[in-house]
Design a protein around this ligand. Structure first.
Ligand code: HEM
Length: 193
C-alpha cells in the first residue's frame, strides 16, 4: 500500500509542477482560467498526504519517535485541509459530469470530517479513537490510488463502455470499496482496549 501510494504521488504530481496547463492529463474546463492552478493546489498537498500517511501507521516508529509522529501528523493534516478545499473547487468546475461531482463533494466532506475527528480525539488524549479516525481518513486519501487502478482496469477490460462511464464508476467504487475496507480493519484489527 505504501509503495503504491508513493508511486502514485510521484507519478501524478509532476504534471502540476511545470506551471504549464498543457501538461494537465485531464481535460480542463475552458471557461475557468484557473482550473490548472486549482488542480495543482490540490495535487501537491494531496500527494504529500498520500506519501506521508503510511509512515504514521508504523507502530514501531510511533513508539520510538513520538515527536516525528506529531510533526508528520501535523503536516499530513494541513495537507489534507488544503487539498480538500482545492478539491471542492475542482469538483465544482470539473467537466467530468454530475455523478462525479456528487461523489467528490461527498469525499471532500468525509475527508475533512474524519481528519477533524482524528485531531479532536488526539487533543483529548483518546489515542484509540484517534487511530480509528485516521484509518478512516487515510482510506479516503487512498481512494486517489484505487480510483486510478479501477480506471485502468476498466479501460483495459471493457473499453467499449466508454471513458465517462468507466471513470464515473471508478470514482464511486474507489470511495465505497475503501470505506468498506477501512471499517473492516477498524472492526477486526483495532483492539477494543
Ligand atoms: C480523498 C479526497 C480527494 C478528493 C475529494 C479529490 C478530488 C479531486 C477532484 C474533484 C479532481 C478533479 C477530477 C475531475 O475533474 O474529473 C481531482 C483531480 C486530481 N486529484 Fe484528487 N482528490 C482527492 C485526493 C487526492 C489525493 C490524495 C491525491 C494525491 C496525489 C490527488 C491527486 C489528484 C490529481 C493528480 C488530480 C488531477 C487528475 C489527474 O492528473 O489524474 N487527489 N481530485
Amino acid at each position: 500500500m505504501a509503495l503504491s501510494a508513493v508511486g502514485f504521488a510521484v507519478a501524478s504530481v509532476p504534471p502540476y509542477l511545470s506551471g504549464d496547463a498543457a501538461d494537465a492529463p485531464l481535460p480542463l474546463n475552458p471557461d475557468v482560467a484557473l482550473h490548472y492552478l486549482s488542480l495543482a493546489v490540490h495535487a501537491l498537498p494531496g500527494g504529500l498526504a498520500l506519501a506521508l500517511g503510511p509512515l504514521q501507521f508504523v507502530g514501531r516508529l510511533r513508539a520510538r519517535r513520538p515527536k516525528l509522529h506529531r510533526v508528520v501528523g501535523r503536516v499530513y493534516m494541513i495537507s489534507v485541509v488544503i487539498a480538500s478545499i482545492a478539491a471542492a473547487v475542482n469538483a465544482a468546475i470539473t467537466i467530468s459530469g454530475f455523478a462525479v461531482q456528487v461523489a467528490f463533494f461527498i469525499l471532500v466532506a468525509a475527508w475533512l470530517y474524519t481528519v477533524a475527528m482524528a485531531y479532536r480525539c488526539i487533543r483529548r488524549g483518546e489515542a484509540r479513537l484517534h487511530r480509528i479516525w485516521m484509518i478512516r481518513n487515510y482510506a479516503l486519501t487512498f481512494a486517489a490510488v484505487t480510483l486510478r487502478v479501477y480506471l485502468l482496469l476498466g479501460l483495459q477490460l471493457s473499453p467499449s463502455l466508454g471513458f465517462e462511464a468507466i471513470y464515473t464508476s471508478a470514482v464511486w467504487a474507489s470511495i465505497l470499496g475503501n470505506v468498506l475496507v477501512a471499517e473492516y480493519i477498524v472492526v477486526q484489527r483495532v483492539p477494543a482496549r
